[in-house]
Design a protein around this ligand. Structure first.
Ligand code: ATP
Length: 450
C-alpha cells in the first residue's frame, strides 16, 4: 500500500524528464515507440549505477574476508526453478477488465487505477467487468537449442540467488571458506511483471545485488540481526536520508522464510515508502531442495565440531535500479540561489556516487585560460571522471553541473594563469576555495571518499 504520509513531494515526472534530457536514463527502443517498462542507461546513468554497484561490491566483498564474489550465468538448468519453487509458485493473480481492457494484479487492485475512471480502483466503477483471477507465472520462458519444444524450455532467471545456491560447494571448497561465510553477486534478473511502472522502480529487466550468508543452524537469528543493521548502514553511507528509510517486517512470510524484513525508502508523493531491499532468513530451504532435486549432497562438514549439516542462509537482496532511483529521488532539489534571480535544480548526490566528480571551466576563451583548464582536466581524468566546459556564462555552466550532481566545479581565471591557483566551488554549500592547481588531486580525493 502506498504510504499516506506525503511529507516528501512527488518528483518522479521531473526526474524522468531530467534523466532523459541529461543522459541518465532513456526508454528502451524509444524510436520504435518504446518497450514496456524496460529502460536504457545513458552516459551519466551508467556511471551512477556503476558507482552504486561498486560501493556495494566494496562493502560486501572487497572489504571483507568472509564473503566471496561470483558471476553466475543467467540461463540455468530448468530443474533449478522446480527445486526453488518458482515453476509452481512464482505467480501473481491476474485479472482482466472486459470494459477497459486493462490488466491488473488481483492482489493490488487498491494500488491500481481504472482506465475509464482513474479516480476509481478497478472493479469500483459501474462499467468495470473484471474476470476471475488466474495465476500468471512471472518467469520469462525461452528455448535452448533449435527445437521449440517442452524438453528445451529454459527460463531467464527471476533472481540471482539460485546461481549462488547451486555453487555453494564449488565456492566453499575452492576458496576454503569456513561457515559462517557468504557469497555475493550482481547480475540481471527478469520478471514478466503484470503491472510494472514508476520509471525504473518496477521493470521487467533489472539488476540485483544479492548476498547469501551461510551459517550454522541455531546461530541464524544473530546473523539476521547483524545483516539487518549492516544493510541499513550501507543505505545511510550512500547518502540516503535516514528519515526516508525504515524497516518493515513482512506480515506474511514466504514458504521458505523464517524471518523477513524489508528496508523501505520514501519515494515521496503517493508512491511513498516502498521496498528497496529484502533481508530474509531462508533457513536450509534452498540448499535442502537442491539436494533433493539434484541428488547431490550440499552439506558442510564442520571439522572442529566434527559435525555435518546443511547451513541456514541469511539473504540480503537489493535492486541496483531501485536503489539508483532512490538515490536520484533523494538527491533531487529545486532551490533559490542567494543573489541570483534564477533558481537551480540540483542533484545533491553523495560525492562517491556522483557520475562526474569535477568540472573544469576556463573563465574566458583567451589569455591561456583554456590551455591551463585543459591541462588540469587531463591531469585529473586518470583519477576521477571529469568534464571540461567552456561554453556559456559561468552561471549557466554551474547550473548544468548542479543538475547532474557534480560535487566540484574548478574555474581557471586570469589570476590562475599568473599564480597557478584556481577556484573550487562546492555544489552544496556554494562556497569557493582558492587553491593551488597542483593541490587539486589531493583536495578532491579527500572530499570524494565514501
Ligand atoms: P516487490 O514486492 O516490489 O515485487 P519482491 O519482494 O518480489 O519485490 P524480491 O524478490 O525480494 O522483491 O527482490 C529483491 C529486490 O529486487 C527488491 O527489493 C527490489 O529492489 C528488486 N526488485 C524486485 N523486483 C523488481 C523489479 N521488477 N524491478 C526492479 N527491481 C526489482
Amino acid at each position: 500500500m502506498p504510504s499516506l504520509d506525503m511529507s516528501h513531494p512527488d518528483v518522479m515526472d521531473k526526474l524522468v524528464s531530467l534523466c532523459k534530457r541529461r543522459g541518465f536514463i532513456f526508454q528502451s527502443s524509444e524510436i520504435y515507440g518504446g518497450t514496456g517498462s524496460v529502460w536504457d542507461y545513458g552516459p551519466l546513468g551508467v556511471e551512477l549505477k556503476k558507482n552504486l554497484k561498486d560501493r556495494w561490491w566494496w562493502a560486501m566483498v572487497r572489504s571483507r574476508d568472509d564473503i566471496e564474489g561470483i558471476d553466475a550465468a543467467i540461463l540455468m538448468h530448468p530443474r533449478v526453478w522446480e527445486a526453488s519453487g518458482h515453476v509452481a509458485g512464482f505467480v501473481d493473480p491476474l485479472v482482466d477488465c472486459r470494459a477497459c481492457k486493462g490488466r491488473f494484479r488481483a492482489d493490488k487492485l487498491e494500488d491500481a487505477q481504472c482506465l475509464l475512471k482513474p479516480s476509481k480502483h478497478p472493479g469500483e466503477y459501474t462499467a468495470c467487468q473484471l474476470t476471475e483471477a488466474r495465476q500468471f507465472n512471472l518467469m520469462f520462458r525461452t528455448f535452448m537449442g533449435p527445437l521449440e519444444e517442452t524438453a528445451s524450455v529454459v527460463y531467464l532467471r527471476p533472481e540471482t540467488a539460485q546461481g549462488i545456491f547451486v555453487n555453494f560447494l564449488n565456492v566453499q571448497q575452492s576458496s576454503r571458506q569456513k561457515v559462517p561465510f557468504g557469497i555475493a553477486q550482481i547480475g540481471k534478473a527478469f520478471r514478466n511483471e503484470i503491472t510494472p511502472g514508476n520509471f525504473i522502480f518496477r521493470t521487467r529487466e533489472f539488476e540485483q545485488m544479492e548476498m547469501q550468508f551461510f551459517v550454522e543452524p541455531g546461530t541464524d537469528d544473530e546473523h539476521f540481526e547483524y545483516w539487518k543493521d549492516a544493510r541499513m548502514k550501507w543505505h545511510h553511507a550512500i547518502g540516503l536520508s535516514p528519515d526516508r528509510l525504515r524497516y518493515k517486517a513482512h506480515e506474511q512470510l514466504a514458504h521458505y522464510a523464517r524471518a523477513a524484513f524489508d528496508i523501505e525508502f520514501d519515494f515521496g508523493g503517493t508512491l511513498g515508502f516502498q521496498e528497496i531491499e529484502g533481508i530474509h532468513n531462508r533457513t536450509d530451504f534452498d540448499l535442502g531442495r537442491h539436494q533433493e532435486y539434484s541428488g547431490k549432497k550440499l552439506e558442510y562438514f564442520d571439522q572442529p565440531k566434527n559435525k555435518r549439516y546443511v547451513p541456514f542462509v541469511i539473504e540480503t537482496s537489493v535492486g541496483a535500479d531501485r536503489v539508483t532511483l532512490a538515490a536520484l529521488v533523494n538527491a533531487y532539489r529545486e532551490e533559490s540561489v542567494p543573489g541570483e534571480e534564477e533558481g537551480r535544480t540540483v542533484l545533491a548526490l553523495h560525492p562517491s556516487i556522483a557520475p562526474i566528480k569535477a568540472a573544469v571551466f576556463a573563465l574566458t576563451k583567451k589569455d591561456g585560460m583554456p590551455e591551463m583548464a585543459h591541462r588540469i582536466a587531463n591531469d585529473l581524468r586518470p583519477q576521477f571522471p571529469v568534464d571540461y566546459d567552456e561554453t556559456g556564462s559561468i552561471g549557466k555552466r554551474y547550473r548544468r553541473q548542479d543538475e547532474v550532481g557534480t560535487p566540484f566545479c574548478i574555474t581557471v581565471d586570469g589570476d590562475s594563469v599568473k599564480d597557478g591557483t584556481v577556484t573550487v566551488r562546492d555544489r552544496d554549500t556554494l562556497k569557493q576555495d582558492r587553491i593551488a592547481a597542483d593541490a587539486l588531486a589531493g583536495y578532491l580525493k579527500e572530499r570524494l571518499q565514501g
